[in-house]
Design a protein around this ligand. Structure first.
Ligand SMILES: *Cc1c(COP(=O)(O)O)cnc(C)c1O
Length: 455
């Protein structure tokens, strides 16, 4: 029976971000979940060490969240938001505005982080057209940035491995350097930060009159390998956007909803974006809801008589889905009653201590962390920071070993991602960290040995 399902999956499914040949060799099918563990169809349990791709907050089958969906089902599952609204979408919007940075007053719903970014880009573009500066049409984005996989989001992204092949499909955007402290030649994080800010300012001096907006992930570049920005960088970017009259789009899709120990990561530096995208944790990891937030000023630039044609012509079939909004409301209520953000802030200090041991590992080059967002970068040679040859797929092998040991995650190249559900306890964090230690130790030892033999 079990085997049959796996065969069916191999026959019919095409999985996202997956080389299907890998899946054919190492298939996995999840059937259920409870707390911070998931269980496959053979009954084997795994820690959800990456929060089911950076989403999960309260664990799986959280009673209150399940009930919120049941309650909403008693009323209605979905009706459109085009030209009308619904009860949970309205209530959720009010709660969201209470917890987002002060200047953000408007909520535009969609279904995924990539869409929330597309919407931010289109809003920024049309904003300038609506206010009579149609020459501001271009974007600045950050090198190695990631904003999702639709064409607009890819155009402001720059992860070569994912994006290279689509080059001809993308609109141009200026790329500004990002302070990657581990890989930079600067003498310290401050110098690294200042050099990047200076390069951005030079770009803005040159081209601000044609720039509509700048897009940036908040405090941490996730998909780039959990690159934590040095203190003062995000606020420095904010100051430059203001100075040169460029809208700032902050992508909080990964970092929002408590992940970094603040409700939104931009709070670490009191940054108020002009547009902000959020998704992932918004429903606690239950249903696909995403949001683009914006200021009253931007909203007002679209508000006019119909014949002025300033309407924002954008929407999706499932925008503002009631089930999703209902579970998001309950998620936010739990954030408050269970003091999730405060707990992440304090537990992440303990987590930091647990992760310190990795620094002594022969093949761990760098350990990066902000809250419950962590990356452990594996390298072949620690002193020169030389990576393992990418075709050896060390990160992938470590993740398979972790799977064997009872924990799921997905690496970013040779960066091992650790993003546990926000409710993980100290004991659970320790168990997960121990699984990572064993897996990293075993695989890097084997690989380093065979690498030496093969050279
Ligand atoms: C995951 C992610 C996205 C895309 O969100 P989807 O819901 O997968 O479309 C965008 N930006 C960042 C920073 C992300 O981590």
């Amino acid at each position: 029976m079990t085997h049959e399902l796996i065969e069916k999956s191999k026959k019919h499914l095409w999985l996202p971000f997956t080389q299907m040949k890998d899946y054919d060799q190492d298939p996995l099918m999840i059937e259920s979940g409870d707390g911070i563990k998931v269980k496959d169809i053979n009954g084997k349990e795994y820690y959800d060490g990456f929060s089911s791709v950076w989403l999960n907050v309260h664990g799986h089958r959280k009673k209150e969240l399940d009930q919120a969906i049941r309650n909403q089902l008693e009323k209605i599952a979905h009706s459109t938001l085009l030209g009308m609204t619904n009860v949970p979408a309205t209530e959720l919007a009010e709660k969201l505005i209470e917890i987002t940075p002060e200047n953000l007053t408007r909520v535009f719903y969609s279904d995924s982080g990539a869409e929330a970014m597309e919407i931010a880009l289109k809003m920024a573009f049309q904003y300038w057209s609506n206010v009579g500066k149609p020459q501001k049409q271009k974007f600045i984005s950050m090198r190695n940035g990631y904003h999702g996989d639709t064409i607009g989001a890819v155009s402001v992204g720059s992860i070569d491995l994912f994006h290279h092949v689509y080059g001809a499909l993308m609109f141009d955007s200026f790329k500004a350097p990002i302070p990657n402290v581990y890989r930079s030649n600067s003498k310290d994080p401050e110098q690294c930060r200042d050099e990047c800010l200076q390069a951005l300012e030079e770009l803005l001096v040159e081209s601000h009159e044609e720039i509509a907006a700048l897009s940036i992930e908040s405090m941490v570049q996730g998909a780039a390998g959990m690159i934590v920005m040095p203190e003062g960088f995000l606020s420095g970017v904010r100051a430059l956007c203001t100075k040169y009259d460029v809208l700032m789009i902050v992508d909080e899709v990964a970092t929002g909803f408590g992940r970094t120990g603040k409700m939104f990561a931009c709070e670490h530096e009191n940054v108020q974006p002009d547009l902000m995208a959020a998704g992932k944790g918004i429903t606690g990891g239950y249903l696909p809801i995403a949001v683009t937030f914006t200021t009253e000023k931007i909203y007002q630039a679209f508000y006019d008589d119909y014949e002025k044609l300033k309407t924002f012509f954008h929407g999706h079939s499932y925008t503002g889905n009631q089930l999703g909004c209902a579970v998001a409301i309950e998620n936010l209520r739990l954030f408050e009653s269970e003091t999730i953000v405060e707990n992440v802030a304090s537990k992440s200090k303990e987590l930091k201590t647990m992760l310190e041991e990795f620094n002594s590992f022969a093949h761990v080059g760098d350990v990066r962390q902000l809250g419950f967002m962590c990356g452990i970068e594996l390298v072949h040679d620690k002193s020169t920071k030389e990576p393992f040859p990418s075709e050896r797929r060390i990160g992938y092998k470590v993740s398979l070993k972790m799977r064997e040991l009872g924990m799921l995650t997905r690496p970013l190249g040779d960066v091992i991602v650790f993003m546990p559900p926000l409710v993980s306890t100290k004991t659970e964090l320790l168990e997960m960290v121990n699984i990572m230690k064993v897996a990293i130790e075993v695989i890097t030892r084997e690989e380093a040995a065979s690498f030496v033999r093969n050279v």
